[in-house]
Structures are given as C-alpha cells and as structure tokens.
Write a protein that binds this ligand. Structure first.
Ligand code: MLT
Ligand code: MN
Ligand code: ZN
Length: 297
C-alpha cells in the first residue's frame, strides 16, 4: 500500500495567515530550520493508480497539483476514487467544495458527520448544487472493500469536543480508519484527532504497520500560554504530545513500525527541526510528518 501525506498541518496550516507565534515567525523569516505545511490530508492506494483520500483539506487543489499520481490521465479525469472523512471539521471537509467540478463524488462518512455536513455546516447542500454526492455511510466495526486489494474498518474515537454546529455530536462524530492491503495484510491507521488514547483506541492499533496520529499540540495549555485562545488542547479534542499522560509516552512502547505525528498545529514546537521537543519525539521513535512524505507499507 502506498501512503502519501498531502498535508501535515492542523487547521490554519503552517504558517497560519494571521499568526506570528515563534513557529510561524520562523517559517516566514527562515531564522530556524522548518518546512511550511498545508492542512492535513492523506492519499492511499494499493496500486498507485486508484487513490483514496483521508479527509479533504482546504488546500486540496495545491495538494493534488503537488502529487503527479493524482493528476488526470484524460481530458476530464481523476485518479481520486473517494474521500473518507474522519469527522466534519472544516479543515477536514472544506476541500470537498473545491472538488465541485467532479460529476460524481463518493464520500464515506458516519451518520453523525453526515448530519453535521448536511444541517450544520450545510456544506453538502452547497456542494450538491454542483456535483452529485454519493454518500457511503460509515459504520464502525465493519470491514468495507474500497478497491480490489484495499479495505477499511472505521472505529470510534471518543471525544467531548463541543461541536460548533449543533448537530451530529456524540457517538461516531469522530472515527479513526484502519486501512488494510489485503495482499500483504499490512495496515495503516489514521487518527488525526484523538482526545484520549483509550484502551479501545489502542486495541485498534494492534498489529498495525504504520500509525499517523494526532500531533496537534505539544502541551495542553499551549494556546493559553501564547494568549491565542482560552481552550486547552484537550478542550479542542486533541491529546497533547508531552507529559506523563501525553501521547508520546503512551505511543513510544507500542510495537508499530512507523509512528508519525500529523495534524500538527503551527504553535507546536516540534515543527522546528532544531527544537528540543522535536529531538524528544525522535528519541522516542516517533516521526513528524511533512507534506510530500511518501511511504510504502
Ligand atoms: C482543530 O482540529 O481543532 C483545528 O485544526 C482547528 C481548526 O480547524 O481551526
Ligand atoms: Mn483540525
Ligand atoms: Zn502560529
């Protein structure tokens, strides 16, 4: 299976247009080693011909252009087969609107995410005026065949993040995807947003080959300390990386070939390649995703 990180940043991207935190500042003035990143999205394929998107970021147009395997092979064509949504967050779904030139668009989402996109953000109504959207309801715990050699199983990711749009909350508003290459049995698990690493989430990581996991914030009060927001990382549905109960200590011992942080917020010091926080992540055997990272797993 081929996995291409199209974008590795959280909502806002890196640098973010209205931010001059130390990281965004360094990305602009080059004073520290770092690479800018677009908002998180991943493309997956078993044959390098038919590709499936995990979330559709607002940066999707540039992301498709940056990856020749996603370019059209005919006058009106796309190797993109479907979009799998983990939730209805804007940074994971606004890209759907930018695919409006498609005749048909296949979108896999839970009933909760679909509800938010229909009656909350109304994104699907808007998109539906341009393209025919084929909704494939996602049920957790069910193995779904995507292409000849590729299948997925969604699993619930518990969250009590308060939705900005009053619908689609609760059960299955956020899911993770476990994608399996049937020929090799090798698997990718994608979890760009997780408030806790519960026993049930960890159970879905068993025997997984590669994990792309929520790396939004380094510390829980990161945005509060910078004076950017009054919310903690956990309030926003994201388990911080650092600390005894953070994701780094919990993921480090797991026997997974590649463990990679994605959905990294621009305030997170791991974006700076010379930061002690970045070194700590790498010393624990984890990696930090950047746009264009391609894996054959
Ligand atoms: C989040 O996941 O909390 C976001 O990336 C924030 C946003 O999309 O604005
Ligand atoms: Mn986000
Ligand atoms: Zn910033």
């Amino acid at each position: 299976m081929w996995v291409r990180v199209l974008g590795a940043a959280a909502g806002g991207g890196f640098p973010q247009w209205n931010c001059s935190c130390p990281q965004c500042g360094a990305a602009r003035d080059g004073s520290r080693p770092c690479r800018s990143r677009t908002q998180s999205s991943v493309a997956v394929s078993a044959d390098y011909r038919r590709w499936f998107l995990l979330n559709a970021s607002p940066d999707i147009r540039a992301q498709i252009e940056s990856f020749p395997a996603l370019h059209p092979r005919g006058i009106r064509d796309s190797p993109l087969q479907a979009v799998l949504l983990t939730d209805a967050e804007l940074d994971h779904t606004l890209g759907l609107l930018l695919l409006r030139e498609a005749g048909d668009l296949e979108v896999h989402a839970t009933a909760a995410a679909h509800e938010t996109l229909s009656t909350g953000t109304s994104l699907l109504q808007t998109l539906g005026a341009y393209a025919h959207v084929e909704w494939r309801p996602v049920s957790t715990g069910v193995e779904v065949s995507l292409a000849d050699d590729l299948s997925y199983r969604a699993f619930p990711v518990p969250t009590n993040k308060r939705a900005r749009f009053g619908t689609g909350e609760g059960e299955e508003s956020v899911v993770g995807y476990r994608i399996t290459d049937e020929r090799t049995g090798r698997t990718l698990v994608y979890i760009p947003g997780a408030q806790e690493l519960t026993a049930s989430v960890i159970a879905h990581l068993e025997d997984c080959t590669c994990l792309l996991f929520d790396g939004t914030c380094w510390q829980d009060d990161e945005l509060i300390q910078l004076g950017i927001a009054g919310k903690t990382s956990r309030d926003m549905g994201h388990l911080p990386i650092s600390g005894a109960d953070g994701s780094l200590e919990q993921l480090a011992p797991l026997p997974i070939e590649r463990k990679i942080y994605i959905h990294i917020n621009n305030t997170n010091p791991i974006l700076l390649e010379d930061a002690p926080e970045r070194r700590l992540v790498e010393e624990h055997g984890l990696e930090v995703a950047a746009d264009g990272l391609e894996l054959e797993i």
